[in-house]
Design a protein around this ligand. Structure first.
Ligand code: DON
Length: 307
């Protein structure tokens, strides 16, 4: 095996002059305040070793990466029945696009675009008050990361509640097609809180380790999902995890991954390691610019591409 710490150190050193590249998300006002001059990376291997570079311990808003955790909870609750509510195909459209929903009868293309994630959140809420659903997700993520210090940034959640007009439009549109069961403001209250989960690269890589290790976390011994389900979540991340940038990410990095507009990218090298990279500046399709470059360098230097 390559010297992973040396690989991370070399990536960090080579990218240092580029830190600050890209454009910080500003459609959520609280995220616009983030200092773009930050970069972190963490790798946790299935044999329980942790490697870090740069700002690997700085918590950031994980945003859409939370959709992976909510999807895991939803599959645990309703199993394959989930696919009546949401599809499994890449959309080729922006993460917040509404265009396909009308032709496709309010069924979003996949669980990672905003419309799909909102439908997944609605599924997880069944039988719960909104606050309980938020609590369930937070407990789940703390359990996955084996870290009680993971929190939700209320300011970010509030900021998006005040400005998330497109998400209100998506949720109302789906409700008109009866693909949202709960009041729209309740579903979005939960969705905005899940997106406001605040985690460091290291916490994120630890929390996602079960996806690299056939559904069980080898560091905690917790069995989270079956090997088959872990494979399927990874398949969805590979095909849909970067929206209309998914093909490009597969081409350059070759790993299942999920991005968020907070500048984080979570990726999985199946059977080997779980990875998180973070830098707030985004590229044109809303994915971390340097995060994607760092993962491309890591995949090239380790040979971890799944292809
Ligand atoms: O719903 C939104 O627009 C944000 N809370 C999350 C979007 C996101 O992270 C897209 N990822 N690249």
């Amino acid at each position: 095996m390559v010297d992973l710490q040396a690989v991370l150190d070399s990536i960090y050193k080579e990218l240092t002059p580029r830190i600050g590249e890209g454009k910080v998300a500003d459609y959520i006002p609280e995220l616009a305040k983030i200092d773009p001059n930050q970069f972190g990376m963490a790798v946790v291997t299935v044999d329980g070793k942790v490697y870090r570079a740069g700002d690997a311990d700085v918590p950031f808003s994980i945003q859409s990466i939370s959709k992976v955790f909510m999807l895991t909870l939803a599959l645990g609750k309703v199993g394959e029945g989930l696919w009546k509510r949401v599809g499994r195909e890449p959309s080729g459209s922006a993460f917040n696009s509404i265009v396909q929903l009308e032709h496709e009868h309010g069924i979003p293309r996949n669980p990672f675009i905003n419309a799909g994630a909102i439908a997944v959140t609605d599924v997880v809420m069944a039988g719960h008050a909104p606050r309980e659903a938020i609590g369930e997700l937070l407990r789940f993520v703390r359990y996955l990361a084996d870290d009680e210090s993971v929190t939700i940034d209320e300011k970010v959640a509030r900021s998006e509640t005040q400005t998330g007009y497109r998400n209100f439009a998506l949720a109302n549109f789906m409700r008109a097609y009866k693909n949202i069961d709960h009041p729209v403001e309740h579903v979005l209250g939960v969705y905005f809180h899940q997106c406001a989960l605040s985690m460091s690269c290291e916490q994120l890589a630890r929390a996602g380790l079960f996806l690299a290790a056939r559904g069980s976390n080898p560091m905690t011994g917790h069995s989270v999902v079956s090997p088959k389900r872990a494979r399927r979540i990874n398949a969805l991340m590979l095909t849909c995890g970067h929206y209309d940038g998914s093909g490009d990410f597969a081409y350059h990095v070759g790993l299942p991954g999920k991005s968020g507009v907070g500048g984080g990218i979570f990726a999985v090298a199946p059977g080997v390691a779980s990875i998180a990279a973070w830098s707030p500046g985004l590229n044109k399709v809303g994915n971390s610019q340097l995060g994607a470059v760092a993962l491309e360098m890591l995949a090239a230097r380790t040979g971890w591409s799944v292809f």
